[in-house]
Design a protein around this ligand. Structure first.
Ligand SMILES: [Zn+2]
Length: 345
């Protein structure tokens, strides 16, 4: 590969105001939609990324709407009202070379995506669709398309995401239930150990917030400048995670074969899909199995309603310093505060 990761990241940064990547990083993104569609069938959008420069450009594949792999890539609103994303949110490992697509000079690549994977079209109306991703690096720049509008007639909402499950088994541990879907004996053992550690982590996190109504080093490292209202909102969400572990039935789904750590659909409570990077992770510590369970659980609606704003410790810390009001909505910030590694007081 002729470009270092740094160059790749840069190519995702600079963006001009109307969907064209600036200068050396001249990537252009466009979305096309039909004028009308019915939500009883696929609502297909076509996303095209074009390299308008004279140099090859590398693009993180996770920024592409690959079927069955998509994440939060669109801003979609109905009659001016932004709609919540209902698709999968994935905890990805750090990108490696194979996670990038190389787009040769002048070339483009297109994807068809069923927008029903992204939002619920539960009411008829004018829907505005815009591809929009933030730079995966530390700054706040975005790659965005022009908005496109489609009239969609609503269909009754049918959720059919539950795959026919193999053997389901239930074990009771510490009060909360964990059920297993398609997990081997070894995997069940690993998951039980991870949940035990995760419960211990989250109790400690809640206790720290309850006992410290001020900006401890631990608090400010992950959530920035102390603010009473933010502290209280955070504490409420941390308690929700604890209560979910202690009172609800969480389903560990071992049928995921992607390189992610894990993923959930925030509205499908409480199914956590565990993927290839989960199994070799340590039970405790940074980016551990236990931390992953806290991260994923924080995404669920009514628990933490978190997003993946910044991944990884260094970026989560930067987010806390620069945008503390966003850090309390970032799943990895919950994970790192709870893992507390290295240990902070
Ligand atoms: Zn996540």
């Amino acid at each position: 590969m002729q470009f270092s990761n740094k160059v790749l990241v840069l190519s995702v940064l600079a963006v001009a105001s109307h969907g064209v990547w600036a200068q050396s990083s001249a990537l252009e993104v466009d979305v096309s939609v039909p004028t009308t569609a019915s939500a009883s069938k696929a609502v297909l959008a076509r996303v095209t990324l074009r390299n308008t420069s004279a140099q090859p450009v590398k693009v993180l594949k996770s920024l592409l709407p690959v079927a069955g792999q998509s994440s939060m890539l669109f801003d979609i609103s109905r009659d001016g009202q932004p709609l919540p994303y209902v698709g999968a949110v994935r905890l990805r490992r750090a990108p490696v070379a194979s996670d990038y697509l190389t787009l040769a000079a002048g070339k483009s690549v297109s994807y068809s995506v069923d927008l029903r994977e992204h939002v619920d079209f539960s009411a008829s109306g004018h829907y505005t669709v815009r591809y929009r991703v933030e730079s995966p690096d530390g700054d706040m720049s975005v790659l965005t398309s022009l908005p496109r509008t489609v009239w969609i007639s609503a269909a009754p909402t049918v959720r059919s995401i539950e795959a026919a499950s193999a053997v389901s088994q239930m074990t009771r541990s510490f009060g909360g239930n964990v059920t297993f879907d398609g997990c081997s004996a070894q995997q069940r053992e690993d998951i039980n150990a991870a949940f035990a550690q995760a419960r211990s982590y989250i109790r400690n996190a809640v206790a720290h917030l309850e006992n410290n109504n001020w900006g401890t080093v631990r608090y400010t490292t992950w959530f920035g400048t102390y603010d009473q209202a933010r502290h209280d909102e955070l504490l409420g969400k941390m308690r929700n995670i604890r209560d979910t572990f202690e009172n609800e039935t969480i389903t560990a789904d071992c049928g995921c074969n992607t390189s992610d750590y894990a993923w959930v659909k925030p509205g499908i409570k409480y199914r956590v899909h565990l993927c290839k990077s989960f199994w070799p992770a340590p039970v405790a510590g940074t980016d551990s199995k236990a931390g992953t369970l806290i991260h994923e659980t924080s995404h669920f609606h009514g628990v933490g309603n978190t997003s993946d704003i910044r991944y990884r410790q260094d970026r989560a810390q930067l987010l806390a310093q620069r945008f503390p009001e966003r850090a309390i909505h970032n799943a990895d910030s919950y994970e790192y505060f709870s893992e507390n590694n290295p240990k902070l007081d």
